[in-house]
Design a protein around this ligand. Structure first.
Ligand SMILES: [Zn+2]
Length: 449
């Protein structure tokens, strides 16, 4: 018998806003012996264990995760699900990496059986790493979007994804046309948007692989479906920027291309956005669009150092999200992602403290996606998506934990040495969802106290 409610006990941590410094204790809620009461996939009570357990009904299953931390599920704001089999491909730079490895690999997603197999693996890998929501690029083929959303529906996850639109500068097997890209995106929206917790995004890959005619059609979709996210790439690499300029000679700059076609707004996710002029940064800020920082990818492909702190300090600050960018990125883990983000700021002479990092992985990314009413939080009424983290998951981490004295130190250890091994459990809509080979790690579950 399945209990109607689940009571999940542990140390609760959730952010209320962006932390202003390491001593900004008002930016988060922390409860050393807390509990979440979940029913129907929603958090119905949260707070100290003694108070929350008193509110539970008779039909409750209790799971004790002490001494581990429970946070809102991690969020990845830019990732390519058809690139699982090109991670770690040896290339000099972005354009070589795309042409030599990534485009040929994405051609395989015309086959629905292949797309379905990789979608299963992709969700396994995200959930193994505690990531419960992602903004994902599929391939150009509608089959890939169908496979992605079907898997998401099966898992019950809140996901954003789109069929990629691209009609030039790629192999024939990866090209749509302005009309078919428009029609198939509309078909994906009709079939999947709002089904379960799925969100469809309008997804022109980037200006290099779309003709002006296709950009016009993408802009038409943005006008017809103003609530949808738009995701694309911007200013990742100097050669890419120069090539883009040659393809759109009338545009003031790269950002201006997206603005011109009506694709720059408050739900636009701009992957990378590293090398921006002041004019471009102003335009992005004015539009309320989001610069999505992908640190492991930027280092792996040698693309550049994202000036996160400088972007936040501007008189017109940028909204910033963080992401893995698999398969240009080299880890599915948002912990590893923020470890590399920290190092990039170090190289720029800036500090990124661990409270900020964990804010970005959770509430910060939820705000960037305009979904903070549902995810990135442990507030009553929001989706019951959580990650349970163990900062002593490996022998080396356990040894270091002996000297850790504060919550911030524990978070920084998790970020620096943690990965999927630190994810004890992942909850999707209140259900235990971390894939595992054995059940030996499961803590005791007591049905109907
Ligand atoms: Zn990307």
């Amino acid at each position: 018998m399945t209990a109607a409610q689940t009571l999940i006990r542990g140390r609760l941590l959730s952010f209320l806003r962006s932390p202003e410094g390491l001593d900004d204790t008002a930016s988060y809620d922390y409860c050393g012996d807390g509990a979440l009461l979940v029913e129907g996939g929603i958090i119905i009570a949260v707070g100290p264990y003694a108070e929350v357990s008193a509110q539970a009904g008779a039909e409750v299953a209790e799971i004790d995760h002490r001494p581990h931390l429970i946070l809102p599920g991690l969020i990845d704001c830019h990732v390519h699900f058809p690139q699982m089999q090109v991670i770690g491909s040896y290339a000099a730079n972005l354009l070589e990496w795309l042409n030599a490895y990534t485009f040929p690999e994405e051609c395989r997603f015309v086959e629905s059986a292949h797309a379905a197999r990789i979608a299963t693996k992709f969700f396994d890998e995200l959930l193994r790493n505690g990531t419960t929501t992602a903004a994902a690029f599929c391939s150009v083929h509608k089959t890939s979007a169908d496979a992605f959303f079907a898997e998401s529906l099966k898992r019950g996850t809140r996901m954003i994804a789109g069929k990629v639109m691209m009609d030039r500068n790629a192999p024939q097997g990866l090209l749509d046309t302005p009309q078919s890209g428009y029609d198939e995106t509309r078909a994906v929206i009709a079939e999947w948007h709002g089904k379960g917790r799925n969100h469809v995004a309008i997804t022109p890959r980037f200006a290099i692989t779309s003709t002006p005619e296709q950009m016009t059609m993408a802009g038409a979709l943005a006008r017809e479906f103003p609530d949808l996210h738009i995701q694309t790439h911007l200013s990742e690499n100097h050669d890419e920027i120069a090539y883009t300029g040659s393809l759109y000679p009338d545009a003031a700059d790269y950002t201006d291309i997206y603005a011109h076609y009506g694709l720059l707004g408050p739900k636009t996710l701009l992957g990378h956005a590293i090398h921006l002029s002041e004019r471009e940064a102003d335009a992005i800020s004015d539009a309320g669009a989001i610069a999505v920082h992908c640190p492991t990818s930027n280092l792996f492909l040698g693309s550049g150092l994202f000036p996160l702190k400088a972007f936040q300090r501007r008189s017109k600050p940028l909204r910033i999200a963080v992401a893995t960018d698999i398969g240009g990125g080299s880890s599915y883990s948002m912990l590893k992602t923020m470890d590399e983000a920290y190092k990039i700021q170090q190289l720029l002479g800036e500090r990124l403290n661990p409270l900020e990092s964990f804010y970005h992985m959770t509430l910060g990314n939820a705000e960037a996606l305009a979904l903070s009413d549902r995810i990135g939080t442990l507030a009553v009424g929001s989706d019951a998506d959580f990650v349970v983290l163990d900062a002593a998951a490996t022998p080396a981490m356990a040894l270091r934990m002996e000297t850790v004295k504060t919550l911030a130190e524990e978070l920084f250890l998790l970020q620096t040495l943690g990965d999927d091994r630190s994810t004890v459990e992942t909850y999707v809509a209140g259900r235990r969802s971390k894939p595992r080979e054995t059940a030996s790690q499961l803590p005791e579950e007591q049905e109907a106290r």
